[in-house]
Design a protein around this ligand. Structure first.
Ligand SMILES: Nc1ncnc2c1ncn2[C@@H]1O[C@H](COP(=O)(O)OP(=O)(O)OP(=O)(O)O)[C@@H](O)[C@H]1O
Ligand SMILES: [Mg+2]
Length: 267
């Protein structure tokens, strides 16, 4: 990962995205700026519909932005999308496993897509073991529980040993033990130099796991800092309180008029 080791692994500036439809256009990202240093975890928080999944979609080259620049692992997403794709792994908010295949088959498919050749077999066995799926490996995924599918999904994301990993609500639906196991997995990945951008609605998770927390609201990052910095700035006992202070429910009143001096930018 030489390119990501030198500078930030994720650099986003002025990102804009509008969804267009016959029933009307919707501006979702209105100038998002975000920097994630290599080998760190950033949690992207925000209310439902704030644009977290949209951001992950753009950063992972699945969606096209209207404006702004994004560099992932040193590669520009517009000019070098293939290099970006080769550097990243994405676990989407909706599980992307093939229900008809077994766990092993899903993982082998990813290994083949990553051109792992003979090394792929060992990688698949290792990941099945790491995620506690060895016993279920030969069964069709349709017979897995939701949590098992989620774990398989994450294992599939890691097959190609990506240097930058996007996790969109990775622990939704996981029981407390599985959630902690996933936190350990994230920490181990970061320890080995991987950069992670994750979204979550579990703010305790963001508090425990993230080096930096960014809050997306009204199409912009309205605050970014360590969990402790954000709590201190907002005189809040928990990130829940920070979240409530920074994100207003959708109101009938002006949506884009957040005065500049109300925006926190703690770094
Ligand atoms: N493909 C699409 N076409 C049109 N509008 C979309 C599309 N995807 C998302 N949106 C709209 O964009 C806004 C942001 O959606 P997005 O899924 O990015 O939010 P989110 O922050 O991930 O929310 P959640 O916490 O519920 O997952 C929402 O209002 C949503 O309805
Ligand atoms: Mg989402």
């Amino acid at each position: 990962m030489p390119s990501s080791a030198r500078g930030p692994a994720i650099e986003v500036a002025g990102l804009r995205k509008t969804y267009r439809s016959k029933s009307g256009d919707q501006l979702v990202l209105d100038g998002v700026d975000l920097v994630v240093p290599a080998g760190t975890v950033t949690a992207l928080l925000g209310p439902n519909g704030a644009g977290k999944t949209t951001t992950v979609g753009v950063l992972s080259t699945l969606l096209k932005a209207d404006a702004g620049t994004v560099r992932i692992a040193g590669h520009d997403i517009a000019r070098e999308p293939d290099a970006v794709r080769a550097s990243i792994g994405v676990t989407g908010q909706i599980t992307a496993v093939d229900e008809l295949l077994t766990g092993t088959e899903n993982l082998r498919l990813m290994a083949d897509l990553n051109h792992l050749g003979r090394a792929g077999r060992a990688r698949v066995t290792e990941l099945l073991d790491r995620f506690g799926l060895t016993d279920a490996a030969g069964k069709p995924v349709a017979t897995y529980s939701g949590g098992m599918k989620r774990k398989l999904d994450l294992a599939m994301t890691l097959v190609g040993a990506p240097s930058v990993v996007f996790l969109d609500e990775p622990t939704t639906g996981l029981d407390p033990r599985s959630r902690r196991a996933l936190w350990d997995e994230v920490r181990a990945l970061v320890e080995s130099g991987t950069t992670i951008l994750l979204t979550t609605q579990y703010l305790e998770e963001a508090d425990k796991l993230a080096d930096s927390v960014a809050v997306l609201n009204g199409g912009r990052i309205v605050a970014q800092g360590t969990p402790d910095e954000l709590k201190a700035v907002h005189d809040a006992g928990s990130l829940d309180d920070v979240f409530l202070a920074l994100t207003e429910p959708p109101a009938a009143t002006a949506e884009d008029d957040v005065p500049a001096d109300e925006k926190e930018n703690v770094r």
